[in-house]
Design a protein around this ligand. Structure first.
Ligand code: TMP
Length: 226
């Protein structure tokens, strides 16, 4: 099909919830249907942002405090949006992004204890109007997700700056992501990631399809005849 404007879809959730597997599965389905798809991630996704990614995930910025980290995430996000995401969506691409502004709200805002006004101001400047059309929140008990992340990385691999935190901190993040699906139900859709991988993929596709059917004139809306 032809598509005049692209879409911006983000994937959020705690550690090890299966975002990256599901993003690649969704990208395959959409490409087979003829869409242009770009898979990207945060922190990172552009040259400038990838340079900042290492500083953040290695923990090199941790000693300078959570405000500094929040500003680095925002700087990386701004570069990623202006260099990659906005131009791709303008060309009609469906952009699938592994983490975005909601991760900053949850990790730096809620569990980093930063003032909401500070996080909101940073978000407004970094995002600069590029709000996701759809955010899929993959939900799983924190202990299960951390176990999966560990298994994926190998039992001897050192956890990154955020993975190494207490399970209770990760549970708080899970609750904060769930809150987003309640406070912004139009944009943020809850996906039960405890299900089998195929069922998670189907649930995600159902949300994406309802967005595609709403936003295009060349596909019938749900329940309408073609
Ligand atoms: P990941 O590539 O394994 O998802 O690692 C990214 C880590 O960075 C993850 O622990 C979440 C964290 N993060 C934040 O704390 N704030 C943010 O804004 C983003 C995008 C990620």
């Amino acid at each position: 099909m032809t598509q005049s404007t692209g879409l911006f879809i983000t994937f959020e959730g705690g550690e090890g919830v299966g975002k990256s597997t599901q993003i690649h599965r969704l990208a395959d389905v959409l490409r087979r249907r003829g869409h242009d798809v770009l898979v990207t991630r945060e922190p990172g996704g552009s040259l400038g942002a990838e340079a900042v990614r290492h500083v953040l995930l290695s923990g090199a910025a941790e000693e300078f405090g959570v405000r500094m980290e929040a500003m680095l995430f925002a700087a990386a996000r701004s570069d990623h949006i202006e260099q990659v995401i906005r131009p791709a969506v303008a060309e009609g691409t469906i952009v699938l992004c592994d983490r975005f502004m909601d991760s900053s709200r949850v990790y730096q805002g809620i569990t980093g204890n930063l003032e909401p006004q500070f996080i909101q101001n940073l978000e407004r400047i970094a995002v600069n109007g590029m709000i996701p059309d759809l955010t899929l929140v993959l939900d799983l008990p924190a202990s299960v997700g951390l176990g999966r992340a560990k298994a994926r990385e190998g039992k001897d691999a050192a956890p990154d700056r955020f993975e190494k935190e207490e399970v209770s901190t990760h549970e708080k993040r899970r609750e904060a992501f769930l809150d987003l699906t309640r406070t912004e139900p139009e944009r943020c859709k809850l996906i039960d990631a405890t299900q089998a991988e195929d069922l998670v993929a189907l649930a995600i596709l159902a949300e994406v399809d309802s967005l595609l059917h709403e936003g295009t004139t060349d596909e019938p809306a749900k329940g309408q005849k073609a």
